[in-house]
Design a protein around this ligand. Structure first.
Ligand code: ADP
Ligand code: MG
Length: 703
């Protein structure tokens, strides 16, 4: 990233408005007017060959006539004239283009858009947009947009893919009393992407939290890399589920990989906190912008009302932050600041008689205690209490404590006095909310933020002794055969080349061979049809398990070939697979798809009805480390089965995690070749006994 160029775009010292107009109501007029109204201190250069003066400013015929340097050019002219204007901007030495004009890729004019980016790059310029509202920055008194005014000032900056939503959110900062420093409209993302804005905002001194409204990312992996490296918290509201999941899916995994699931995993892996809706984006963003992450699970709730205390306790659990009782010595200390009928456990209930002093003193004791990782203060307005006094007392106590690594959030339930105290709190660095569950939800965001950083720090242990060439040869042979569907035999050979434990087998071409191989491998035996035209072998009657002798082999050979002949008469049958029968184990499914946005992903779930009916699966963007794979187990509803239920011993989760990591490295390593894979089922045994892949499927990318 060229930060000087992006500085020119987001914090320009001079702005030219190409297409400035003297006619009120035109965007080219509004942008000039907004720059003036926002009190912009830089130079404003209206460009228009047909005007002399707009809103008291001298107008230039061409940007090339502007006497001084121009950092940013806001382009408001119709799409068909933009190309010529971009060339002039390049010749002038402009750094960044804010192309407000629409009529590009959003209406199918992709080539024109690409051409403009190419021209811009050839001059070293970057392009924001096209099809944007513009850029707004409180700290620079810059409203280079057609949104009517700067947002309420705040410490978060927002990047929005939707222009209309950006304008609406701008206005709603005043009613919500939650502000932003910058609003950046990113439009068609022809050049400047979410990744670029995250990287730039991470180094912006006036932004402490990066908020994103995302409809779709263009460079998923780059976004993840940059977000992972960012020092500031990032929160994203993702809307819309792309079409890609609907594409005809040949593998099981393909049909299960909804875009929303993959996005959720990618955000998690990249350390991006998710917002569930617009309100949540504001609320969580406020907390993330004002408070440090919650580094442990010991959250203490301080309340003057039992009701809000219980609501908060419920919300804590719902948000994955179940409360723990405070240690005895802290309880003893807290007891000093409440009447005898109060409770010091957690929530700490200092009762409806609570005075400002009680609030402040018990807060001080709790906040300073090493057991406490963070505090939520709840307040029910009473006739005698002083909401503003409590607010100021808490704020002062936080300052006096000198503690900077424990978050505090507040919820007041009450009327106007409470509202104004909350406004004061949020303006003074302590996020305050009108409902206790919101305070808990934002604490959960602060916890997620800390946990995700730990999670993404784990290093991947690279797989050893990989036989990549062997895998590529199998792939190339299948391609030479005109196929994209690999047979189980081919898929298992590739898995084997990456060190995954697969069953032994030999391919028989007649009954005699079948018997011979069965004796070599040893009974019991599983027999399966091998045909690139039969993907779901059981459906074709192409699988027989638990065959115990030579007669059984001969009979199964006839049945399987007969069944498949009637199922698909023209199927190209390679033979019948004679396979070792793996002992019974817990069936799981491992799979992968090449996601349109994030590339190779790995999926995990329990087999059978869990995957067929409940679609109980979880995804990660590949590759993943072993500990990261372990975390996936907890995300499926069937998780207790792996841990051992009803007298069953726990499964070998350690080995399973290793295998998932290995699998993720395989699909990434073969990214150019492989589209989808399944290991379905994988049989997982007791701890120490490992696992076995008994069925494998690979579908190649079409080339
Ligand atoms: P498909 O999914 O194409 O129908 P599979 O190879 O998965 O075919 O076989 C169907 C089922 O047979 C599996 O889900 C598994 O329960 C069982 N099975 C297949 N191969 C073996 C094996 N080698 N050992 C034990 N059970 C097996
Ligand atoms: Mg199968």
């Amino acid at each position: 990233m060229d930060s000087d160029i992006l500085n020119g775009l987001f914090r320009p010292k001079s702005v030219a408005v190409v297409g400035a107009s003297s006619q009120a109501g035109k965007i080219g007029h509004t942008v000039v007017d907004n720059l003036l109204k926002s009190n912009y201190k830089g130079k404003i250069y209206p460009i228009n060959p047909k005007a002399d003066e707009i809103l008291g400013l001298k107008v230039y015929t061409s940007i090339k006539d502007v006497p001084g340097p121009v950092d940013a050019a806001a382009i408001t002219i119709p799409a068909k004239y933009v190309k010529a204007a971009v060339i002039e901007c390049g010749e002038k030495g402009v750094k960044g283009l804010m192309i407000i004009s629409s009529g590009f890729s959003e209406v199918g004019e992709i080539e024109l858009e690409n051409e403009i980016v190419e021209i811009a790059h050839s001059f070293g310029m970057r392009v924001l947009g096209p099809n944007i509202v513009g850029v707004l920055s409180n700290s620079d008194s810059l409203n280079a947009s057609f949104a009517p005014f700067l947002p309420l000032p705040g410490k978060s900056s927002l990047v929005s893919q939707s222009g209309a939503l950006l304008i609406a959110m701008d206005a709603s900062t005043y009613t919500r009393r939650i502000g932003f420093d910058k609003l950046i409209s990113i439009g068609n993302m022809s050049d400047v992407s979410f990744a670029d804005t995250v990287e730039w905002l991470d180094s912006d001194e006036n932004t402490s939290c990066i908020s994103l409204y995302v409809e779709g990312l263009k460079e998923g992996r780059r976004f993840m890399e940059i977000s992972k490296k960012a020092h500031k918290p990032i929160i994203a509201l993702k809307s819309g589920v792309s079409e890609h999941g609907a594409a005809a899916a040949a593998s099981h995994t393909g049909s299960l990989a909804g875009a929303a699931k993959v996005y959720g995993s990618a955000f998690f892996q990249a350390g991006v906190v998710e917002a569930s809706d617009l309100d949540n984006l504001f609320d969580r963003g406020l907390a993330l912008s004002l408070q440090p992450p919650l580094k442990g699970d010991n959250l203490l709730i301080l309340t003057n009302g039992g009701g809000v205390g219980v609501l908060a306790t419920d919300a804590a659990e719902k948000n994955g932050l179940p409360l723990h009782f405070a240690p005895a010595e802290l309880q003893t200390e807290l007891k000093k600041h409440m009447p005898s009928f109060g409770s010091a456990k957690n929530p700490v209930d200092i009762t409806g008689m609570a005075s400002t002093d009680w609030y402040v003193d018990s807060f001080k004791a709790a906040f300073a205690h090493p057991w406490v990782d963070g505090v939520v203060i709840l307040f029910c307005e009473t006739a005698t209490s002083d909401p503003q006094g409590i607010a100021e007392g808490i704020k002062q106590a936080v300052i006096d404590s000198g503690i900077k690594d424990k978050p505090v959030a507040i919820s007041y339930v009450g009327g106007e006095r409470s509202d104004s105290a909350m406004r004061w709190l949020s303006e003074n660095g302590i996020p305050a909310y009108g409902a206790p569950d919101v305070a808990l939800n934002v604490m959960a965001a602060l916890r997620e933020s800390a946990l995700m950083k730990e999670y993404s720090a784990e290093k991947i242990i690279p797989a050893k002794n990989i036989q990549r060439d062997k895998a590529l040869k199998i792939i190339n042979d299948a391609r030479a055969d005109g196929r994209e569907n690999l047979t189980e035999v081919e898929a298992k050979s590739i898995f084997d080349a990456y060190g995954l434990p697969v069953t032994n087998h030999r391919l028989a071409r007649d009954e005699a061979e079948a018997v011979k191989y069965a004796e070599e491998i040893g009974y019991p035996i599983v027999m399966k049809i091998v045909s690139p035209d039969i993907l779901h072998k059981s459906d074709a009657g192409g699988v027989k398990v638990n065959i115990k002798d030579a007669d059984g082999i001969r009979e199964a050979y006839k049945t399987i070939t007969g069944n498949c002949k009637s199922y698909k008469p023209d199927a190209d049958v390679h033979g019948v697979l004679i396979q070792e029968m793996a002992p019974w184990g817990t069936e799981v499914i491992i799979g992968s798809v090449n996601d349109a946005t994030f590339g190779p992903t790995v999926m995990f779930g329990l087999g059978g009805i869990f995957v067929e009916v409940l679609k109980d699966v979880t995804f990660r963007v590949a590759p993943i480390a072993k500990g990261q794979a372990h975390r996936m187990f907890g995300e499926i509803k069937g998780a207790p089965i792996l841990a051992g239920v009803r007298g069953e011993s726990p499964r070998d989760q350690d080995r399973l995690a290793e295998i998932l990591s290995l699998y993720s490295q395989m699909v990434l390593d073969l990214e150019e070749e492989i589209s989808e894979t399944d290991a379905n089922p994988v049989l997982v045994y007791e701890e120490g006994a490992g696992l076995k892949v008994v069925d494998a499927r690979i579908i190649l990318k079409a080339k």
